[in-house]
Design a protein around this ligand. Structure first.
Ligand code: NAD
Length: 473
């Protein structure tokens, strides 16, 4: 394998595309590798390789598919250290955090998918019909740079579980972990062509995949902008599309909540991965009476995070993943000041590393919930604290964005908590810091997308139903 190779039909083959895309380490701004910008012939070869293995994959029993996922999970786990290193270099999360957040989570998705496979009703009796769930066909999986391996296994795992071959196009900004994934695919002895990997940019290689007639379904995780474009192109051939897009998730703190726990949990979610998490709780909604306590708690907590290079074991936050992302974060923060936001805490810019795409963590009070910072996805370590008067105001503010991915609710009163959870327009709500459940469906409402990942629903997403009625011969 050299830096012009792509993984097609279980082999490394040279890409036809002649251009190379540099991969930049965001901690050092150095180019660490290049990957090819695939041509449409490359995409075609990958889709054909996937198409050719539809029958053999479909013929595997559910037990055999579960075993295949377990083998892939084992093979990735054996490469944990190399994967963590690669991901920290390509997207900037501190190396010591990549193990749990980026790799172990990705492996766990495969294992959970394998365990959930028996719960899918692939064959069901409804009246005199037998309803079967069949694999949808070749899946184009298009993934982002923030949790590159986790987003990949969240698509590849359920697609294989459903019996679908995959063509993966990882983000051109963090593509290198996908090469280690290919090594794991080899080691796990997956049927050649079950997973193929092409490299390149969204508008070129991504769109070429979405247009390809051999692709039956596109599963994209990325920005709402990319989701809109993919849906538009897919509509031309009425292709199935699953979209996991952006978010601007609220944390609503009720007057009876454990304030310290709520603020700690919210700040953590904004700081982890330098704010580049789709479910980051970037809007903290608090009663006016609690505002000054929230401000001091937030400032105290934020001051305790260390910002530094991904290789430094002391770093809690690395850089953001690329120069364009840093520019976007800075623009949001500058606009916030102009639009009347008041800073509660700002990491001193002078103490950030000189080299690297480091964004200064910050928290602002934004009494006007309609300003840009309170409504747009920043995708950086920036928190907006929004005071409210009545519970109904909190709900209205929480719902006043185009997004609807996740939320948290904090209250000592279970009835109030569930009432709030019901009123928020989003796909997942955690009450009082409840743990993540990888078996429950994950996905968005509104412009956070549609379709569900994870668990049984994540597998069913990649199936198509057929009703069979048998009359008397
Ligand atoms: P992005 O939209 O720029 O890119 C995501 C992927 O889509 C990349 O592989 C990119 O090459 C591809 N792409 C871009 N334009 C395309 C096009 N026209 N056609 C086909 N493919 C195209 O997003 P990003 O900057 O890599 O990731 C950040 C975004 O992802 C944020 O908005 C974040 O909230 C979202 N995200 C969502 C989830 C979720 O589960 N809902 C998870 C992680 C990230």
């Amino acid at each position: 394998m050299d830096d012009r190779s792509i993984y097609v039909g279980g082999r490394w083959v040279p890409a036809h595309g002649r251009e190379l895309i540099p991969v930049i380490d965001p901690s050092t701004e150095q180019c660490v590798a290049t990957v090819p910008e695939c041509s449409s012939e490359d995409v075609d070869r990958a889709v054909r390789a996937a198409y050719a293995v539809r029958g053999p994959l479909r013929a595997l029993s559910a037990e055999e598919r579960a075993a295949l996922l377990e083998r892939l999970a084992d093979a990735l786990e054996e490469r944990s250290a190399a994967l963590a290193e690669q991901i920290s270099v390509e997207m900037g999360m501190p190396r010591h955090l990549c193990g749990p957040y980026q790799v172990a989570s990705a492996v766990e998705v495969l294992r959970t998918t394998a365990r959930e496979l028996p719960t899918v009703a692939f064959r069901e009796r409804i009246g005199h019909s037998t309803v079967v769930r069949e694999p949808v066909g070749v899946v184009a999986a298009i993934t982002p740079w923030n949790y590159p391996l986790l987003q990949t296994t969240s698509k590849v795992g359920p697609a294989l579980a459903a019996g679908c071959p995959v063509v993966l196009k990882p983000s051109e900004l963090a593509p290198l972990d996908a090469y280690l994934l290919c090594e794991a695919l080899d080691a796990a002895d997956l049927p050649p062509g079950a997973v193929n990997v092409v490299m390149g940019t969204g508008p070129h290689v991504g769109e070429s995949l979405v247009r390809h007639p051999g692709v039956s379904m596109v599963s994209l995780t990325g920005s709402t902008r990319a989701g809109r474009r993919v849906a538009q192109i897919a509509a031309a051939s009425v292709k199935r599309v699953a979209l996991e897009l952006g978010g601007k998730s609220p944390a609503i703190v009720a007057p009876d909540a454990d304030l310290a726990a709520a603020v700690r949990h919210t700040v953590d979610s904004v700081m982890v991965n330098s704010g580049q998490t789709c479910t980051a709780l970037t809007r903290l909604l608090v009663p006016y009476g609690m505002l000054s306590d929230v401000e001091s708690l937030t400032a105290e907590l934020m001051a305790g995070y260390r910002v530094g290079p991904a290789a430094d074991p002391e770093s809690d936050l690395g850089p953001v993943a690329n120069a364009a992302q840093l520019q976007r974060v800075r623009e949001h923060v500058e606009r916030a000041a102009v639009e009347g936001a008041r800073a509660v805490w700002e990491h001193p810019r002078g103490s950030l590393p000189e080299k690297g795409f480091f964004a200064a963590p910050a928290a602002f009070v934004t009494p006007d919930p309609s300003i840009d910072l309170a409504r747009s996805e920043v995708f950086g370590p920036v928190l907006s604290i929004i005071p409210y008067v009545e519970e109904s105001d909190a709900v209205a503010i929480a719902n006043a964005t185009d997004y609807g991915l996740a939320a948290t609710v904090w209250s000592a009163d279970p009835e109030r908590a569930l009432r709030l959870a019901a009123a928020i327009e989003c796909g997942t709500v955690d009450v009082n810091g409840a743990a993540f459940n990888g078996r429950a469906p994950f996905g968005g409402h509104k412009q956070s997308g549609h379709g569900r990942e994870l668990g049984r629903y994540g597998i069913e997403e990649f199936t198509e139903m057929k009703s069979i009625q048998v009359g008397v011969a």
